[in-house]
Design a protein around this ligand. Sequence first.
Ligand code: ADP
Ligand code: NA
Length: 329
Amino acid sequence: MTRVFSGIQPSGVPTLGNYLGAIRNWVPLQETHEAIYCVVDLHAITVWQDPKELTRQTREMAAALIACGLDPRRCILFVQSHVRAHAELAWIFNCVARIGWLNRMTQFKDKAGKDREAASAGLYVYPNLMAADIHAYHATKVPVGEDQKQHLELANDIAQKFNHDYGVAFFPTIEPLIQGVAARVMSLRDGTKKMSKSDPSDQSRINLTDDADTIALKIRRAKTDPEPLPDHLAGLEGRPEARNLVGILAAINGTLPENVLREHGGQGFGQFKNTLTEALVAHLTPIAAEMKRLLDDPYALDAALHLGAERARAIAEPIVAKAREIVGF
Ligand code: ADP
Ligand code: NA
């Protein structure tokens, strides 16, 4: 079975964007692939994280993943820092990757902001750690969003240079796993920005922990324009907020935006937002309830994550031991 790897940062409460763009697509891969999923806390500390919050959010993210349908018996689910092989291989990759390659990474430029000199060195070498995450398992398929494609190319450049410099055929080529139409969920306050758990405004996103009233309020306040919904896709041109809400309902209902417009075209946003709220509440509140149940039993959750880490180590440790040997350690 082909091995897939993916990770998510415990840098906040998982959002509807994380769910529709990533987590939901990870669920079916458990049946068709050897699936390895990781809460990447080492990545999270590339920007400041309060220690207590980091611990809490790591558990919360793991609970969210399980509540969304990842089954620790059908996939390997663990916390990145529990498996030392990630950090060890990342150091080797720090010495393989070239500074010029890292300088081309657009996400660093976005995340570091204006004062690049003040960004952590970790944020700069983040793509090397991501490469190590994948290569430590010899995973060959990675379900990623559009935003991560550049990092995946870098992971392949690192593997190629390692193989070339040491004269081995050790690290395989990684391919992105594109699943259907990529759902890209935008901010509820600004249709041109992606919905993110690290956005300072809580009103910009739906959190997987939001209750029915909170979801209703956020959707009611979501930015829209005064025109009714069009009945065809071209009518969404230049209307990013309308496009986003239509896209969210389509993704939740497992259909295409054109079908949503066929059904709801001509409606005003008041009516459409009620439909959207109902769909979101029906879909998300069972997930929130399951998350709460899992978080109320932290010992069971920690036990599941421990087991996941053990299974992850059983794969990663021999691969990284071999990489050490190749390097001459
Ligand atoms: P965030 O920006 O919310 O902190 P991460 O960087 O941790 O998210 O990304 C975790 C996964 O969720 C990645 O696979 C990413 O492509 C996906 N993702 C994040 N935000 C969105 C979004 N708004 N729409 C679709 N997918 C998203
Ligand atoms: Na992030």
